[in-house]
Design a protein around this ligand. Sequence first.
Ligand SMILES: CC(=O)SCCNC(=O)CCNC(=O)[C@H](O)C(C)(C)COP(=O)(O)OP(=O)(O)OC[C@H]1O[C@@H](n2cnc3c(N)ncnc32)[C@H](O)[C@@H]1OP(=O)(O)O
Ligand SMILES: O=C([O-])CC(=O)C(=O)O
Length: 372
Amino acid sequence: MTTTKGLEGVVAAESSISSIIDDQLTYVGIPIDDLAENVIFEEVVYLLWHLKLPNKSELEELRKELVEHMKVPEGLINHFKSYDLKAVHPMAALRTAISYMALGDPDADQVDAEANKKKAIRIQGNMGAIVTAFARLRKGEEPVQPKPEYTFAENFIYMLNGREPKDIEIEAIDKALVLHADHELNASTFTARVCVATLSDMYSGITAAIGALKGPLHGGANEAVMKMLSEIGEVDNALPYIKEKLANKEKIMGMGHRVYRNGDPRAKYLKEMSKQLTGLIGEEKWYEMSVKIEDYIKEEKGLPANVDFYSASVYHSLGIDHDLFTPIFAVSRTSGWLAHILEQYENNRLIRPRADYVGPKHAKFTPLENRE
Ligand SMILES: CC(=O)SCCNC(=O)CCNC(=O)[C@H](O)C(C)(C)COP(=O)(O)OP(=O)(O)OC[C@H]1O[C@@H](n2cnc3c(N)ncnc32)[C@H](O)[C@@H]1OP(=O)(O)O
Ligand SMILES: O=C([O-])CC(=O)C(=O)O
């Protein structure tokens, strides 16, 4: 047996959903550049779930179905209200909420294709509604109901802020949702697949995936990037701060990637948006210090900025609370998790690797009364 720490380079599944080949990301073979420039989030959701782009009527049907499920049951709202929400991280709330939603879904434990399709739409719609409802409830505001004519991105912004979304917000959020939707066997997607490969249900798979995304080495990095930028405060402080972190052997959040060595193809879109949006709010310093950090880490460590790096200053510029950055990632990535869960069910085998045991061998048993 060979041990590969962190499963680096190990191919653990066949998949037709997305791939990273020669530093190019594709969803169902379509380059991310074509998608980032031309489609809305619902088109990507359809693509990942059906392995083809929707025509106009298929897109409209999916859009409507998702809006119908952008709702949170009263019971969950009351459950949220029973906590001191200011002390709860929204990713913890989201993890609980998805598990809670299973309790009210009569199809929760059905794994046939028809039930799974219904659940996928329900879960994807719920995710947007839960994040926005939580964000409002903790400010003492009531959740906002979706508008039937809006797209998913428009409704997300509307339900978060309780006002009409601006064009620039729609463009930024829609693009961010498209860019974060899927990424081959990343840690949270793998978690979802491991979970449902036991033939557990879809809600369990998504709940497990939310837990994996929450960590700062994965989706939690976008919030950690903004924390770092806030600590740096001014552009001139950026390099002394980073040099000290590196001297202490600390990681720089938003930098480095397990698969991309030459650059994350999604980062350039977020970088461009960061430049534009920080300029619009007159806080160019977040963009400028990010560029300094990116250039320095590239030069010193050969590490590229990943998708989380510039998304931090993008979301900050849109006025979004910093602890909602990772939940937004989760809302988008749910589409990919669901696609992978469906694919896992289609051709399932239990995922169960081995461990290289390095503990003591032939250890002597000591009865309880003789133990120190
Ligand atoms: C959506 C996403 O999940 S994108 C990733 C989001 N995560 C982050 O941004 C957190 C910061 N980045 C990291 O921790 C890593 O680069 C990861 C987790 C993304 C990838 O990690 P791995 O491929 O396992 O690389 P690993 O952590 O083993 O690092 C390899 C070497 O590069 C260094 N390194 C990797 N990333 C960084 C970083 N961000 N800052 C400083 N050094 C780093 C490590 O210290 C290590 O150096 P060493 O060999 O001298 O000990
Ligand atoms: O693929 C990974 O390891 C992390 C990542 O970029 C993602 O999940 O989008």
